[in-house]
Write a protein that binds this ligand. Sequence first.
Ligand SMILES: Nc1ncnc2c1ncn2[C@@H]1O[C@H](COP(=O)(O)OP(=O)(O)OP(=O)(O)O)[C@@H](O)[C@H]1O
Ligand SMILES: [Mg+2]
Length: 234
Amino acid sequence: MHEPDPAHLIDLSDVGRTYDDGPAALSGLNLRVRRGEALAVLGPSGSGKSTLLNLLAGLDRPSTGQVTVDGLRVDLLSEAACAKYRRSHVGMVFQFFNLLDDLTVLDNVLLPAQLAGTDRAGAAARAGELLDRLGIARHARARPGRLSGGERQRVAVARALMNRPPLLLADEPTGALDSASGADVRELLRELNAEGQTIVLVTHDLALAEACATRTIELVDGRIARDVTAAVTR
Ligand SMILES: Nc1ncnc2c1ncn2[C@@H]1O[C@H](COP(=O)(O)OP(=O)(O)OP(=O)(O)O)[C@@H](O)[C@H]1O
Ligand SMILES: [Mg+2]
């Protein structure tokens, strides 16, 4: 029986994921990520990067193996426990922001706290702090659709951090941004990691991996082909 190590936030043991009768999207994956690491996941299209993020997010279950995050066996959680896990443990940032345009920026950021049942005053204080910190406070009452791509991604990061999740996941967070906004988001993720936030990000953007990853893995055909920890500590 595989025993997870508490020093690691993430512990994947012999994880496989096969869809229907297709080839394995992931197979025999063993991966441990320490608290405070920023892991960039690289690899060609179809190599299993999003599949890996979905397993960590509790959005999908492995066909084989064990997924442990913060001591929780995510692959064994009931539907209800999994929903709670997603609210409390995981923040997600996507390429196309996935903000709700019927809500203001502030209400988008507050949403995870409401879903988690956080008291209103505490949530409002936390949201205000995040909007300030991310330089978007003056847009609090605006609809996200009025903001630039870089600003929208900052709102998405604020929303992802609302419930203070131990794990921040990002799938191509700079993929839809121009180079200046992309540089902005890179710097933001780097700062968050420097403050201790554990991050797993999927990207084709080597500049992003270089700027904020403390470690890089490359997936090829659902397996880890390369695993490099940055030589220089920032
Ligand atoms: N819901 C699904 N049903 C069937 N097959 C799927 C599903 N999701 C992913 N796959 C398959 O699993 C493999 C890995 O897909 P995945 O989305 O993880 O790749 P990726 O590395 O994220 O690619 P990209 O860089 O294009 O986003 C692919 O062969 C894909 O077709
Ligand atoms: Mg993908």
